[in-house]
Design a protein around this ligand. Structure first.
Ligand SMILES: C[S@@+](CC[C@H](N)C(=O)[O-])C[C@H]1O[C@@H](n2cnc3c(N)ncnc32)[C@H](O)[C@@H]1O
Length: 348
């Protein structure tokens, strides 16, 4: 899962002065995010000149930059991110693409990509990429409260302009809800003990800071030498809940299929087994088409396949990439191509 990686790698060309050992980059500085599975994603999306693409998880702009380079001189991309800071960073990093109109930037949740794309004139498109989770830029920005490595307000919202922060969740959910959340999204085996300790602690004062939560978790979960930090799973679970990440993905997949032209491709990179399962099952269902119960002698639903899966098994990073970018270790890429069939109506 992306949260577990606290490495702040740099992209080629980023200035070196913000990377002194232990330092954090200035907000809005060059991205420190290293794009995951760049070659495989690009090869499978197969961008061509004149193509139209959507990057639903703009982040540091890595996949977008590659899509624009491969579709030069006239390919265009719509970059969407929930995080206003990501959009601002890319606006500064790629000013020519923005002013020339090759790159259009929109703030929003990728679950709403249908409306964003149509309003921006990106319908239909030739390719869509979703590279899920959080970026190293967000992890490195202390003020965002994603990292247990730096004490900061416990926030974790991708879109920090709206919604409930992690502190609000931690201080308002009841013990059972907290335990379920930590178990489901973090696969945290000590979820009940952590939830109990959280509820005990907040009786005296609300839990407001990452450092406080990390310490509290450490008092319950004892890490193993060389293992992950004891708070990793708790922070991952809270981030997924705060940003409603699984529901956003569930909403985005059919929206993406509806935006693709026949032959267009959808690439999804996930970092968590629950995300990968959602993508895998969605691709399988769209490839099958018919949703009639197997006992029916003939199809009555009338649904035809809308996708052809191009990655029978998910693509994962090879040793060279893993050595350069540890964040890639849990990345799984699945890609499918749009067929001519009509996508299912929203209610299935
Ligand atoms: C892993 S980063 C993407 C990195 C990017 N592919 C690159 O190579 O630079 C994921 C980004 O997606 C954004 N994000 C995550 N979930 C989102 C959602 N539901 N809607 C919009 N943006 C989202 C995060 O704010 C983050 O900036």
């Amino acid at each position: 899962m992306s949260t577990s990686t606290q490495s702040h790698n740099r992209v080629p060309g980023a200035p070196a002065d913000d990377m002194a050992e232990g330092s954090l980059p200035a907000p809005e500085a060059a991205t420190v995010h290293v794009t995951v599975l760049p070659a495989a994603t690009l090869d499978l999306l197969a961008p061509a000149h004149g193509g139209r693409y959507i990057d639903g998880t703009l982040g540091g702009g890595g996949h977008t930059a590659l899509l624009l380079a491969r579709s030069a001189p006239d390919g265009r991309a719509l970059g969407i991110d929930a995080d206003p800071a990501a959009l601002e960073r890319v606006r500064q990093r790629m000013p020519e693409e923005v002013t020339s109109g090759r790159l259009v930037l929109r703030q929003g949740n990728f679950a709403e990509m249908a409306g964003l794309a149509r309003a921006a004139g990106f319908d239909p498109v030739d390719g869509i990429v979703l590279d899920l989770g959080l970026s190293s830029d967000q992890l490195a920005d202390r003020a965002r409260g994603f990292s247990f490595a730096a004490d900061a307000p416990l926030d974790m919202r991708f879109d920090f302009t709206r919604g409930q922060s992690a502190a609000e969740l931690v201080n308002t959910l009841d013990e059972g809800e907290l335990a379920d959340l930590l178990y489901r999204y973090g696969e945290e085996r000590r979820s009940r003990a952590i939830a109990r300790r959280i509820v005990e602690r907040r009786r005296s004062a609300p839990i407001a800071r990452t450092g406080e939560l990390a310490q509290l978790v450490q008092s319950v979960v004892h890490g193993r030498p060389g293992g992950i930090h004891p708070a990793t799973r708790t922070f991952q679970a809270l981030r997924i809940a705060v940003n409603d990440e699984l529901a956003s993905l569930e909403a985005a997949l059919p929206a993406a299929v509806a935006l693709l032209r026949p032959g267009g491709r959808l690439a999804v990179i996930s970092f968590h087994s629950l995300e990968d399962r959602i993508v895998k099952r969605f691709f399988q269902a769209e490839e099958r088409g018919c949703v009639c119960p197997p006992e029916l002698p003939a199809c009555v639903c009338g649904r035809s396949p809308t996708l052809r899966v191009l990655t029978r098994h998910p693509v994962t990073a090879e040793a060279v990439e893993l050595a350069a970018n540890p964040r890639a270790r849990s990345a799984k890429l699945r890609v499918a191509e749009r067929l001519a069939g009509e996508p299912a109506p929203p209610d299935g």
